[in-house]
Ligand binder design. Sequence first.
Ligand code: NOJ
Length: 561
Amino acid sequence: MTDEATETGPAVAARDDDWWRTGVVYQIYPRSFADSTGDGYGDLAGIRAHLDHLGPAGLGVDAIWLSPIYPSPGRDLGYDVSDHGDIDPLFGSIADFDALVEAAHARGIRVVLDLVMNHTSDEHPWFMASRSEPDGPYGDWYLWRDPAGRDRRGRPRPPNNWLSWFGGSGWTWDPGRGQFYFHTFLAEQPDLNWRNPAVPAAQLSMIRGWLARGVDGFRLDVFNAFFKAAEMPPNPRAGLHRQAWFRQRHLHDQNQPELADFLASFRAELDAVPGRMTVGELFGGGAETAASFTTDRHLVFDFVLLEQPWSAAAFGAAIDRVELAFGPERWPTVVLSNHDRPRHASRLARSVGERHRDAVAKAAAVVLLTLRGTPFLYYGEEIGLGDIEVARADAIDPPARRASWSFPWWNRDGSRSPMPWTPGANGGFTAPGATPWLPLAPDFATRNVEVESKDPDSVLATYRRLLRLRRELPALQAGSMRRIPARHRDVLAWLRVEGEAVVLVVVNFAPLDVAALLGNLPPAQGWTVAGGTHREGHAELGRDASIRLRPLEAIVLVRRS
Ligand code: NOJ
């Protein structure tokens, strides 16, 4: 689609308790947020101590999503869970968790947990029982299969060609059981057998336990991989690609139709009490696949926007693709960074030059907070935090440790560095003499919450202003979306419409002054700039719909009628 107008029609009708449609969610990577004990790892008490940064006195987000906090051997840093019903001592105790929920709720912040239900740790009691007792009650809880014969050296052959996203075959041989088990990720993360009804039943019972503790919702890790084709046929070949994963079409190891039934029963369970959100993390696939699993009660991440370079052409095409895929009846999510990808301040600055990092971070914040959909912020993006460099030899991220020419892998340590709170030792993340589990960003002495709080033009101050503006303008929260032409290759413009209220957003993607000419504007006496990347000095929108923008300037205008 081009610059010409695209319209998504009326917004999805929200229920009163569907805060997750209009709200903003903030992702916390608990290892990296704030350490209260001085062991170098962030923890729950650390998060509690910093809630004012997130609550109405600070950013004013509606919810925090915590990446996994359950007991785990830590092979995939918490995404390998050995007990879904407890708290890893690294992060504190169940009493710390209850205290966090209470303190968050007292500030109007909901708490969303990360549910890892596709797989468990190989140290989970379910897997240990499954492995040791094939005929026992857990024998069929994982994806065990006999070998497909033996190779010439007599070694068992994997049952099919399915792969691990973390490199190599997805099958690991278990000599004790004399069978292979399947794992989409590490061998230490065996996939559960979702076709055994005891598995979803156990998950729902675990979920009830967290709901009873006051949890407000869940992010479902790789939810579209839960079900695999029952007969496990081989995946068909795709085209040539350096990475084996992309040399096959993942027809049978994800996106199975049975998922919809589980999601319906899962949502029904949650809907017993109003106000609980769920968001599925899409594993592979684009906006179209994300939309196909989105319902009026369930959000799905798509990462189309997150994969774009900083250009009006790329963002315009991505926005149109998402709008077309979701249509007016489905509600999208908007994400620019998370714990698996390079941070967008670093990533997007590559398109325009590192010296524009803060300016790009601010303009990207306008995009994130004004598009149709629920925005997800990743801790640190509100101060323009960038990626850290970690030498391959020091990599902690497990797939990064086995990266090679044929298995290219970006080291996810890069986007998981400790949050800098102050200019002091260790950025106030941990005790002055302690060793943080990952290094802080090299610019932490100037790029931290304390310093940016004092600067009205900082990235943080801009986030706070934009989030306030979003709260004040219901059209930005729930309105429909229509792109309008801007007649300039570096400029995008869109309208958000809610009843009589119309908000106009104009973004200059270039680090240069531009003059744009907007088309298809609804009738108005005039437009007033309500906010944007810069605090002052905005150009007026001319009567002829022309507008001048400064380098990387983005503005939000409201209609004077
Ligand atoms: C997706 C998570 O976001 C990622 O961090 C993790 O490694 C995999 N799922 C496996 O759980």
